[in-house]
Design a protein around this ligand. Structure first.
Ligand SMILES: Cc1cc2nc3c(=O)[nH]c(=O)nc-3n(C[C@H](O)[C@H](O)[C@H](O)COP(=O)(O)O)c2cc1C
Length: 280
């Protein structure tokens, strides 16, 4: 029985046919995926959270007629490496899929295209794609790009998108909508890993650090030394999960080329970006 047959026939029964796979170092993608899923089905999804290194080693069972919700943050206007690697291992059998790209107000570039193309080559049929806006990893009090997002309004909208997608899939409407998106000049010319050019690994404030080790546990790259709490420059992607989750606020972001970075972020912060929904 397909996901939507299950939804129609067993509204009140336990169903495991909605499956959410996501990567979310600072937690916004996880929030959007959960809200989207609550609009898609009254039954919570089975979650595969691939944020931490240990979780990425666990194999994800094959998909049959489940509905896949794939959530990822946009990195350098593309799909992050860890998600790309996981996508190579996913296999569908004409399995419907919904994409949720979460970006920090600069742009989502070609990420939706990329994810759709890979999934469709592996037996999935992408029925809808969404682009949500969340606080940018580089945001600070001084340059608060999309700070505080997702807020209540964003998550309510994600749930509404979920309901709209569900109706779209149930109606089996045939649409030919293609996905928008292109790489900015900046994303085309900068080398991979370019956020490292614009920020240092997080600065540790020894007087504030209680040695609780939260930073080492939340780092998606396992990049933090458990004795010094310094992050390895090459391994650290600058997601700043350790800054966000440090209970003592003993870690800080520090830009390189500060004036340039602040000006670029301010340029993008001039207007609040809106979420987008594409039914395919
Ligand atoms: C390495 C890196 C690259 C990023 N590239 C972009 C980008 O190209 N466009 C954008 O708008 N936001 C970009 N961001 C911001 C994230 O997409 C945004 O902060 C997102 O909410 C993070 O999701 P999470 O909270 O689930 O980790 C980037 C963040 C990082 C860490």
């Amino acid at each position: 029985m397909s996901f939507m047959d299950t939804q129609k026939k067993t509204q009140h029964r336990e169903s495991k046919s909605l499956r959410a796979v996501y990567f979310s170092p600072t937690g916004s993608t996880r929030k959007f995926v959960r809200s989207l899923c609550s609009g898609l089905s009254p039954t919570p999804p089975v979650e595969h959270d691939i944020t931490l290194p240990g979780n990425r080693e666990k194999p994800i069972p094959a998909f049959a007629e489940d509905l896949l919700v794939l959530g990822f943050p946009v990195y350098e206007e593309r799909v992050p490496e860890h998600v790309l690697r996981l996508l190579e291992t996913l296999k569908g059998h004409n399995t419907p899929a919904v994409l949720a790209a979460v970006y920090g107000g600069v742009g989502y570039g070609v990420s939706l295209h990329q994810a759709r193309e890979i999934l469709e080559k592996s037996g999935f049929s992408v029925k809808a794609a969404t682009a949500f806006v969340a606080e940018h990893s580089f945001a600070t009090d001084e340059v608060p790009l999309e700070a505080g997002r997702p807020d209540k309004e964003d998550l309510k909208e994600a749930e509404d998108f979920g309901r709209a997608i569900r109706s779209h899939i149930v109606s089996q409407a045939v649409t030919t909508t293609s996905l928008p998106g292109h790489l900015s000049l900046q994303a085309r010319v900068l080398p991979p890993g370019s956020p490292r050019l614009f920020a240092h690994p997080p600065i540790v404030i020894p007087s504030g650090c209680s040695g609780c080790n939260t930073c080492t546990h939340v780092c998606p790259e396992g990049a933090i030394d458990p004795s010094s709490y310094e992050a390895n420059d090459r391994a650290c992607t600058r997601c700043f999960a350790c800054v966000k989750y440090c209970p003592e606020k003993a870690r800080q972001k520090k830009y390189k080329k500060g004036l340039l970075v602040k000006n670029v972020l301010r340029l993008h912060a001039r207007r609040r970006k809106k979420a987008e929904l594409f039914l395919l």
